[in-house]
Ligand binder design. Structure first.
Ligand SMILES: Cc1cc2nc3c(=O)[nH]c(=O)nc-3n(C[C@H](O)[C@H](O)[C@H](O)COP(=O)(O)OP(=O)(O)OC[C@H]3O[C@@H](n4cnc5c(N)ncnc54)[C@H](O)[C@@H]3O)c2cc1C
Length: 383
């Protein structure tokens, strides 16, 4: 499968993909999701992440479709996985300093590469797939070519990057974020931190030869891995901040500003506001490569087109003065490039799903997991 060439990043393509994968997210998904069969084969997971990341599909739509097809027991594993996305978003939203300190760590990492030739050599080999480590080199190539990796492979890759190659974790997260077509500030940063032992403090993830051999269907058997890593430590332990209250919505005519974190404007709860104009703000991940930028642009163009038809108004890029004198309303942008690029004074609309999940994402995943039935009762009742 070649993600970047076979996938159109549109709502219509998202719905097609959802219809294709839903029959498989019951028992089959639960038993096979850990296996990475490799490119060129039908993946064992849904590959819905490029759509979910941009909200061309909503989490609740995907969860509702899975529950309807398979029921809560058989769809349970899949539903939990979708909640991991919501968990990470809520966790970063309530601990925004993790994002700023990650960006500082990336900058520091690049300075180290500029001054330490030994480190630079290892880094260059890692990102170009020339380390000689079986599997790892193929995955580096797969990532840069296809813009997507299986979840288990992301875990192995990150563990080998940090603990076998001894490279800074933030540079690995940056490598992923620039190339992944589902690159997401929350899922990516916090997953790398999880592998490093910084999320669940003191507990690092070990990539093991036997596990890789087994879950790649025998394709790879890397040697010389650090199978007993010591978790990375840091001094800074940010506490959780309260989620700010949602902004009160204006009535009457508004300009709607779309961004890459929420591209399903037809479903945005705008209350008594009337959308009279729509603008698109493209804030790519820092250093995003060409195929990611193209995917972002395609998704935005699709959302603007749909918004124009739905609200029957003018749409276009959010250039200087695009909103005229209208108050600007925007979907809530979680911590990341879109949130940083939003002009001040926008009224941010937070979806019920985010309200329900984010406030339960301040600690470990378990806090959210135990609330899944209650969240679903409330969120799906409003559909
Ligand atoms: C080091 C590392 C970096 C990652 N970086 C990203 C990233 O930048 N963007 C991203 O979307 N995901 C990231 N993930 C999480 C996960 O790997 C992907 O969401 C998943 O592989 C997407 O494939 P899928 O849609 O086929 O998943 P499926 O297994 O079909 O799951 C359905 C959906 O559930 C969510 N989901 C599943 N597993 C996870 C998970 N472990 N964490 C969070 N959400 C999950 C995704 O939205 C996914 O589309 C990362 C994981 C690791 C270990």
């Amino acid at each position: 499968m070649n993600m970047t060439h076979s996938f159109a990043l549109t709502r219509a393509a998202a719905l097609d993909q959802l219809a294709t994968v839903i029959p498989h997210v019951g028992r089959t998904y639960a038993s096979s999701r850990n296996t990475d069969v490799g490119p060129g084969h039908s993946p064992t997971t849904t590959v819905l992440s490029p759509f979910l990341r941009r909200r061309l599909l909503l989490e609740e739509e995907v969860v509702a479709a899975a529950l309807e097809e398979h029921g809560p027991d058989e769809a349970g594993k899949f539903v939990e996985e979708v909640f991991w996305r919501s968990y990470f978003k809520g966790h970063l939203e309530t601990r925004p300093s993790i994002w700023s300190s990650y960006n500082e760590a990336v900058a520091r990492g690049h300075e180290q590469l500029a001054t330490q030739s030994g480190l630079r050599r290892i880094y260059e080999k890692a990102v170009t797939g020339r380390t000689g480590i079986d599997g790892f080199d193929d995955w580096a190539f797969e990532l840069t070519e296809n813009g997507w990796l299986h979840n288990h492979t992301r875990m192995w890759f990150a563990s080998i990057w940090i603990f076998t190659l001894g490279l800074p974790w933030a540079l690995g997260a940056d490598f992923f974020l620039r190339h992944l077509v589902d690159g997401d500030p929350a899922s990516n940063t916090l997953s790398w931190r999880w592998v490093a032992g910084l999320h669940t403090r003191g507990k690092a993830y070990a990539a093991r030869t036997d596990n890789i051999h087994r879950y790649t269907d025998g394709r790879f058997r890397p040697q010389g891995l650090n199978e007993f890593p010591t978790a990375i430590e840091e001094d800074h332990h940010p506490g959780a901040a309260n989620l700010p209250a949602a902004d009160p919505l204006p009535k009457g005519d508004v300009a709607l500003l779309l961004h890459l974190d929420d591209l399903y404007p037809e479903s945005l709860p705008v209350g008594e506001a009337r959308v009279a104009r729509v603008g698109g703000l493209l804030a790519h991940a820092p250093g995003a490569v060409e195929h990611v930028r193209r995917a972002d642009e395609q998704a935005m163009a699709d959302a603007l087109k749909r918004a124009g038809a739905h609200f029957r108004c003018d749409v276009g890029p959010a250039v200087e003065g695009w909103a005229g004198n209208l108050p600007t309303v925007t979907p809530w942008a979680p911590v990341g490039p879109s949130a940083s690029a939003l002009p001040s004074g926008c009224v941010r609309v937070r979806r019920l799903w985010d309200d329900l999940t984010w406030r339960r994402a301040t600690r470990g995943y378990f806090q959210l997991k135990t609330a899944i039935p209650a969240i679903l009762d409330e969120a799906l009742a409003h559909r």
